[in-house]
Write a protein that binds this ligand. Structure first.
Ligand code: ADP
Ligand code: ASP
Ligand code: MG
Length: 423
């Protein structure tokens, strides 16, 4: 008997019929002798619907009081899901009990809309499991030290599931979604993308942080920190497929390097449309200028991603960086009204219509010329690179948003990832 955590995403929970299927799949695992904790997301579209309603009534600039209410509202989506799934499991003849994050409790910090899990008390959950029940816990939410409901950021149910698995030392955490694993890139953009049977934890971390939304980045961080065996698989296979076959399907996140005989140089392509670029033109090129520009941005709690500073002309230089698109207006405002007058910058320009495309692979450590293949491929497609950033196992470029799909497809092909190329 093993303790297994299942997570079901919004599409998998998208209708009562699908919830019934989830219940049948969970029941199959219980009947095979396992203890099950299930973490479902809100039904598909529900979180967007709730946040849309909130937006209609929200002030232009959201203060902490408004963010608190957003979390209270968004958390209801998962609350409905857990109750429905418990009913469906009970209808299957199983004992089942549902809990909101606050009931477990899943303790978080107070960063509304992007809270981090601090601790999970599994006493209650263990007692229910010992009594033979399936325990269903809301994804995406927790409770802060003052008793306020918090949410973990979009896609946060992955993190809830992995955190529960880590806290309870589960045998495995299975992330059931609407694709049958992690692909070389988003199969909705590149139909030739291929499923990876394994992906290293480091690559998965890069893919997630660079925009592959199949797993929320924090879930991968948790898996790495606590060595949670993690697998991404489909909830759309027939619920009654053989349990051994199901347990081996999808993509396994591995923690051992060199598991594959021959490591592909590039394992995957990620893209991110959620960033915006800000350029500060004509700032004096002198020590401390980067701090004068970026210090106030960091103080305003705005995360900065890619940064470049140009060579100077006549003692002046241009400085560009990217931020999340949600922070674009705030950053532009801050730079135009505060930073520019203080630094003597000539102009502040913004461009929200950019995207970041990245190639990822631990094979890049031992191969030279990977980045130049990337740049050549983009130039052959006539795509201008605006910014570049590299690390040991990834190269990212910032380009015009309108070329995103073209760039991803061309790079996927150039690095031999198309299904036809390896078939
Ligand atoms: P869920 O609701 O189950 O959490 P998500 O929509 O959050 O599902 O994540 C699954 C989606 O992630 C897929 O439908 C796919 O479009 C997208 N995706 C992006 N990059 C990848 C990738 N490299 N491999 C697989 N899916 C990816
Ligand atoms: N329901 C939340 C969202 O849509 C959390 C999740 O699905 O993981 O972002
Ligand atoms: Mg998701």
């Amino acid at each position: 008997m093993a303790l297994i955590v299942h997570k079901y995403g919004g599409t998998s929970m998208g209708s009562t019929e699908r919830i019934r299927n989830v219940a049948k799949r969970v029941a199959k695992w219980v009947r095979a002798g396992h203890q099950l904790v299930v973490v479902p997301s809100a039904m598909s579209g529900e979180t967007n619907r709730l946040l849309g309603l909130a937006k209609e009534l929200s002030p232009e600039k959201l203060g902490p009081d408004a963010l608190r209410e957003l979390d209270a509202i968004a958390a209801t989506g998962e609350q409905v899901s857990v109750g429905l799934l418990a009913l469906a499991l009970q209808a299957e003849g199983l004992g089942a009990v549902s809990y909101g994050g606050w009931q477990v409790p899943i303790q978080t910090d107070s960063a509304f809309t992007k809270a981090r899990i601090a601790s999970i008390d599994d006493t209650r959950v263990r007692a229910d499991l010992a009594a033979g029940k399936v325990v269903i816990i809301t994804g995406f939410q927790g409770i802060d030290p003052d008793g306020h409901v918090t949410t973990l950021g979009r896609g946060g149910s992955d993190t809830s599931a992995v955190a529960v698995a880590a806290a309870m030392k589960a045998h495995e955490c299975l992330i059931y979604t609407d694709v049958d694993g992690v692909y070389t890139t988003d199969p909705r953009i590149v139909p030739e993308a291929q499923r990876l049977s394994t992906i290293s934890f480091e690559e998965m971390l890069e893919m997630a942080s660079l925009g592959s939304k199949v797993l929320q980045i924090r879930s991968v961080e948790f898996a790495g920190k606590y060595r949670v065996p993690l697998r991404v698989l489909s909830s759309f296979t027939p619920w009654d497929i053989d349990i051994i076959e199901e347990a081996r399907s999808g993509t396994l996140i591995t923690f051992e390097e060199d598991e594959k005989m021959e490591q592909a140089v590039v394992s995957g392509i990620a893209f991110n449309r959620d960033e915006a670029k800000i350029t500060v033109m004509g700032v004096p090129d002198k020590p401390g200028i980067a701090y004068q520009i970026l210090g106030p941005v960091a103080d305003a709690n705005i995360d900065i991603d890619v940064i470049i500073q140009n060579v100077s002309h006549d003692g002046k230089t241009d400085f560009s960086f990217t931020v999340h698109r949600n922070d674009y207006a705030k950053t532009l405002d801050l730079l135009t009204n505060t930073v520019a007058p203080a630094t003597g910058a000539l102009q502040v320009l913004g461009d929200p219509k950019i995207c970041k495309v990245s190639i990822v692979g631990i094979g890049m450590r031992s191969h030279v010329g990977v980045a130049s293949t990337m740049f050549r491929t983009l130039s052959e497609e006539g795509i201008n690179i605006q910014m570049i950033s590299t690390s040991e196992i990834k190269t990212s470029v910032v380009i015009d948003e309108k070329y995103m799909e073209l760039a991803v497809r061309a790079l996927h092909k150039a690095f031999g990832l198309d299904a036809a190329a390896t078939a």
